[in-house]
Design a protein. Structure first.
Length: 246
């Protein structure tokens, strides 16, 4: 069994501390910088076995080298990002299984935000770490890939079991909710979410880990599947451009 603890980093990033309960092996996903992660490890009196990177952007890999040096942790990432992930020593392929103790993650290559972007899907624990590809109520900008690549990647994530918890690299919930309401102004349920999320934010709660079913219902990008079944890619492309300028 895998335990997952969000670690707030920088302004709106989340790193995630993972611990395999059977063996005690640990990992951190996308450490933007070492400071917050080190403070967490010290408080919890934990070590670090692995560092899992979803992609090469600085706000996901900035803590790699210090954490690897301080804990002897191995840096794990996609083989296509060789040379772009600081300290990388484990090079994974699409669909390869990565073992964190007794917990197993399938590597999903999901290009679009970057060409080497991957997600880590722990099927038995019903959770997926999506980096900057799928956010709650949103998706990442297209810095290196094409709309077609990003849409294909989102479809791959959408095909996972609906109870899969999504742990994304940034928490943009209220900003993304504003865009979702712009796209679907008549959706009363979206309006009701505003107060719930504002209250949670005020309490300092992490607005991450919502199930994929939530995204399928409310995410304006995944909603393209329902809103334009025959032209979902074209609608996604338009909405992504609208969100860029929103």
């Amino acid at each position: 069994m895998l335990s997952v603890t969000p670690i707030p980093v920088l302004k709106d990033n989340y790193a995630y501390f993972l611990e395999d309960q059977a063996t005690g092996e640990t990992a951190v996903v996308d450490p933007s910088r070492a400071l917050e992660v080190e403070a967490f490890l010290e408080r919890q009196e934990k070590g670090l076995t692995y560092i899992l990177n979803t992609h090469h952007h600085w706000d996901h890999v900035g803590g790699n080298e210090d954490l690897a040096k301080g804990h002897g942790a191995r840096v794990v990432g996609f083989k296509g990002d060789r040379g772009r992930l600081p300290g990388q020593s484990v090079f994974l392929e699409d669909n390869e299984i990565f073992a964190l103790g007794a917990s197993r993650a399938r590597v999903l290559h999901i290009p679009g935000h970057t060409l080497g972007h991957v997600a880590y899907y722990f099927e038995e624990d019903a959770c997926v770490f999506t980096g900057d590809t799928l956010f709650h109520l949103g998706c990442g900008r297209l810095f290196e890939g094409t709309p077609d690549q990003m849409w294909t990647s989102l479809l791959r994530l959408a095909a996972l079991p609906q109870d899969t918890r999504v742990f994304c690299g940034h928490e943009y919930m209220l900003l993304n909710l504003a865009f979702a309401r712009y796209i679907a102004p008549q959706d009363k349920e979206l309006e009701d979410l505003v107060l719930d999320f504002e209250r949670a934010r005020a309490k300092g709660e992490a607005l991450v880990g919502f199930p994929l079913s939530f995204e399928m219902r409310f995410n304006p990008f995944l909603r393209c599947l329902l809103d334009a079944p025959g032209e979902a890619l074209a609608l996604f492309t338009r909405r992504r451009l609208e969100k860029d300028a929103f």
